[in-house]
Design a protein around this ligand. Structure first.
Ligand code: PGA
Length: 267
């Protein structure tokens, strides 16, 4: 268990919602949860399968994990990781790629063997993206599925790059890993990363909703007032493909939200 105590704990929409006084504490608690899950899975099954996220939210979480590794408290040698998404088309060497992000924030600092760290490949030719995505789903399943899927949430409620859409619920819950068009809100939020709106890519590969929901545990982290409306809709509102994080309600008992007070203001 983490030593970091939430200020409030709510049970909402089948999920545990842990509210922390600051973003820093929420990220420390998230890193503790990830580290505990990794260690328990390695102790019981000999390996841990982790679904990892990118974006600004997980950066301090990875910094905490790197610190634990440097302190000799955490090894990734028996971990297998799969990243949630990657821009398309993009080279892994492009500093805007999520492969580069993972290298910078986690992979180069820890003992996770390179062949155990998977990121969707933004260089596959377009005709091969469906097969590449299907293969990613097969690899995750063959590895036994995720012990933990780490998620952020977009201002539009997206998880991974599963963007808001008008879909029957049954279809939304079954979405596979695939090539997608990015929503205008997502592209607007990516300008800070790409430097200029005209440089922001319009497409991405994303792990699908079905694979996320199949994880044995899901940890979603949301920080700041700009995430509050999406958090509120995801937890108070109905399950709908228009708010992709609300689809986590289909996995009762498996989802933990770790959020700061600012992000909790519309629950
Ligand atoms: P952010 O993105 O952490 O950069 O806010 C979260 C997300 O889009 O999932």
């Amino acid at each position: 268990m983490s030593d970091i105590a939430p200020t409030r704990v709510l049970e909402k929409a089948g999920a545990s919602v842990l509210v922390y006084s600051t973003a820093e504490l929420a990220c420390q608690a998230a890193a503790d949860r990830l580290a505990e899950t990794l260690k328990t899975a390695v102790a019981t099954r000999g390996r841990a399968v982790l679904g990892l996220a990118t974006g600004s939210t997980p950066e301090p979480i990875y910094a905490q994990l790197v610190a634990k590794h440097r302190a000799g408290e955490l090894s990734f040698a028996q971990a297998v990781s799969y990243n949630l998404d990657e821009y398309y088309p993009i080279s892994p060497l492009d500093p805007n790629s999520y492969r580069a992000y993972m290298h910078q924030h986690l992979f180069r600092h820890v003992d996770l063997p390179a062949h155990q760290a998977h990121v969707l490949d933004g260089t596959v030719p377009e005709f091969a993206t469906a097969e590449h995505a299907a293969q990613f789903d097969r690899w995750i399943s063959e590895d036994g599925g995720f012990d933990l899927q780490l998620l952020g949430i977009g201002r539009n409620g997206h998880i991974g790059f599963n963007e808001p859409a008008d879909l029957p619920l049954e279809k939304a819950l079954a979405l596979p890993t695939r090539l997608v068009e990015l929503d205008s809100v997502t592209r607007a939020d990516a300008v800070k990363q790409f430097g200029d709106a005209s440089h922001v890519l319009h497409r991405a590969l994303t792990v699908g909703v079905a694979q996320i929901l199949a994880a044995r545990s899901i940890l979603i982290v949301a920080l700041g007032t700009n995430k509050a409306p999406a958090v509120g809709l995801s937890l108070n509102g109905p399950m709908t493909s228009n708010v992709p994080a609300s689809l986590l309600q289909a996995a009762p008992g498996k989802v933990t939200w770790m959020i700061d007070e600012a992000a909790a203001s519309e629950i």
